[in-house]
Design a binder for this molecule. Structure first.
Ligand SMILES: [Zn+2]
Ligand SMILES: [Zn+2]
Length: 304
């Protein structure tokens, strides 16, 4: 029978001789320490995360000081300022939660004789061992070379949030892409309205209001914001759509790439959404501060 590369890897992992618990060191005490904030010390990821925050602050600066403050219509300025800053705050909060939440890391080095014995496996039952971090892998977990850990339901490693997207932080990552897409769209609409007012007023750079920046500086700041908004709108909207598709179909990005067979139970799309965002549906789904209930996470563990 012809088998895919992914199933061949699984077949190797299934061989009894592959599991060498005696080769594994006991887990380091720090990895299990409660209260330690999760943070990946990866140079490239930290730079990308900083760039993300800088770009959001740049957009806020241009929106507030170039477009809204000089407008005489206070209701327009206040409404758009509140909406834009509110959504930008939620985007940054989602980014922080996605970056600093353990995505579902399997305890490092737990493939010890004692741990395997404690699982009380039945004869013929197979567990997978990760040769890189010496851990017993639950089903659907994958090893991330950047995080140097096995991550449950790993979707991909995202340098923009400097973390893996996995079982525990996927909600925050999806909210991050959604809020960034929304502020990008909002910024583009405000730039379009700004230019429209300028043209109607036949005074290209200073419509009815006086910006405190020189005309060339105003144009450059607005053009840069338009480019940023368009680029981020496309990128995050595509990412949001891809994430929602994989959540509804209960198939991670890695599983789609490896074309892994659907070994796990099928649920409705609504149930799959609730598994990521929490049960039951509420406004908390949209809050980066509400931790979704993962009581059903054991569904994925130690499947034979
Ligand atoms: Zn691993
Ligand atoms: Zn990772």
């Amino acid at each position: 029978m012809k088998s895919s590369p992914a199933s061949r890897v699984r077949a190797i992992e299934r061989q009894a001789g592959y599991l060498h618990p005696e080769e594994c060191m006991p887990p380091p005490p720090r990895s299990a320490a409660p209260g330690v904030m999760w943070f990946i010390r990866d140079g490239c990821g930290m730079v990308c995360a900083l760039i993300t925050w800088f770009l959001v602050f740049y957009a806020e600066f241009v929106v507030v000081f170039v477009m809204l403050m000089p407008v005489r219509n206070i209701v327009y300025s206040f409404f758009n300022g509140a909406v834009f800053n509110g959504l930008a705050f939620l985007a940054l909060a989602s980014h922080f939660r996605a970056m600093c939440t353990d995505p579902g890391a399997v305890p490092k080095g737990n493939a010890t004789k004692e741990f395997i014995e404690s699982l009380q496996l039945k004869p013929g039952q197979v567990v997978y061992k990760c040769p890189k971090c010496c851990s017993i892998k639950p089903d659907r977990a994958h090893h991330c070379s950047v995080c140097k850990r096995c991550i449950r339901k790993m979707d991909h490693h995202c340098p923009w949030v400097n973390n893996c997207v996995g079982e525990n932080n996927q909600k925050y990552f999806v909210l991050f892409t959604m809020y960034i897409a929304l502020i990008s769209l909002h910024a583009l609409i405000m730039v379009a309205l700004h230019f429209q007012r300028s043209l109607i007023d036949q005074n290209f750079l200073f419509p009815l209001e006086c910006s405190s920046f020189s005309p060339p500086a105003t144009v450059i700041l607005l053009i840069l914001l338009s480019f940023e908004g368009l680029l981020f709108l496309i990128f995050t909207a595509v990412m949001f759509g891809t994430q929602m598709h994989s959540i509804c179909n209960d198939e991670t990005g890695i599983e789609q790439l490896k074309k892994e067979e659907h070994r796990w139970g099928k649920r409705s799309r609504w149930m799959n959404l609730k598994l990521v965002f929490g049960h039951p549906f509420s406004l908390f789904w949209f809050s980066p501060f509400a931790r979704p209930d993962h009581g059903k996470a054991n569904l994925y563990q130690y499947v034979i």
